[in-house]
Design a protein around this ligand. Sequence first.
Ligand SMILES: [Zn+2]
Ligand SMILES: [Zn+2]
Length: 486
Amino acid sequence: MNRSEVKWFNNRPGSISMLFLLIAVCILLLPASSAAARRQAKAADAEPILRVKMGGNHTKFSVTFPDGGWLQNHRGRKIKTYRSGATFSWSLPTKKGRRAEYRGESIYLYGNKGVLKLNSSLYRGHLQADVTDRGSRIINHVGIESYLRGVVGSEIGSLSPAESLRAQTVIARTYAYASRGKHGSEGADVCDSTHCQVYKGVAAERATIDPAVQATRGIIMISDGEPIATLYHASCGGMTSDNDKVYGGAPRSYLRRVICPFCKDGTNYRWSRSIKMADLTKAMRSEKVVFSRLYDAEIDAPGPMDRVTNLILHTDTGIHKIRGTTVRRLFDLPSTTFVVGNRGLAREAIAAAAPVKSSPDMIKPKMATIRIAALVDDASEGPNQLMILTASGLKRTLRPEEGWQTIGLYQGDDTVSSEVISRAAPEANRRPTGGPLDQLQLFGRGYGHQVGLCQSGTIEMGKRNWSYRQILAFYYSNVALRSLDY
Ligand SMILES: [Zn+2]
Ligand SMILES: [Zn+2]
């Protein structure tokens, strides 16, 4: 194995030529004789071949050979040849007791120019069909680089900037490389659906994506010598999440929270939903939470504008807690990062504060600085009023005469207490009063699980001429690029 590893750094402009220079230096540092001998013996490792399971069980399928081809049995013997445009068709017999053709065998279909049509779609590589008396499992054997040409366009818009496409390509390659054997019990590496990566073959190839695949050929991301888990999502809405906070399990050093200012102008940076009471009670009934009137709503979250642990509903049948992930699923929300804006109060901005801490000693040093997470990102945009979610409920607070002292995404472990808020604005402690609510309003940020790379931010960084290595280094901490030698 002749692999070159390249360390790369945040905020340092990089280029392909630099990468190759570093690779060259690494090769030079090897004992010259062994490197030369190795190069003579073997120019490079072969490009890895991926086995992609195509769909589920096929009760019928056809393979067309645009440039002619052949059918081979599992012993490697050519048993049939096909002219250009000819089609091989297979289906389960309709009559009971009739034996399916090739039952119990694996057959292989090859195109003369390495391209085949499975049903109506073109694919590179060759196809394998494992035939049973219930149907066929079809596997596309395809070089990893050809596979990527048919994948990246489904993961990110093909009109995205070139460096953004390169970043997404490295992610897709790392994922594919690390997923070899993932579908091993089915004789495959990956499947062609969202379970792994959506793969549509030649139909998904784009003139803008091919250069991104070529420019990053063989490059994957590693941490501690292993390909990383390349999580990404559509929009983080201002900050990403630690992997363990979202999925549990061990924290991964390269999947840490980062503050992302790049997705601000993208879709779903901020979102809102109004859920009618009838829809809310119906959905809650499916979770065995039964009530007919809602008086108030609040959230449990580890920090302001952070992932919601629980939505807490104050109802005519008492207080009910529903998990944030359940709320997201029930109402098809873009993310589990939201606050509630109940009582129909003015909602120029919604802010959420950390739970109140009662010790005055803890609060005092923070008196001068009220840190508020708001739906604004710039103090100059500061709203006239904010709704602040505290442990004791939602508070409305008017803009103090001297202006908000800090408005921005809330970081660190500062807390906002109702005492501090009440000093900032006399109205702050006024608890909303009134009859039952007619809807539940949610205001949120981001789209997706918010772990790893933010695609909306990636596109903006590409527009601002960040290199793909800088983009990847921004979202994944402490990782290196490895160039697989093929
Ligand atoms: Zn899969
Ligand atoms: Zn983002």
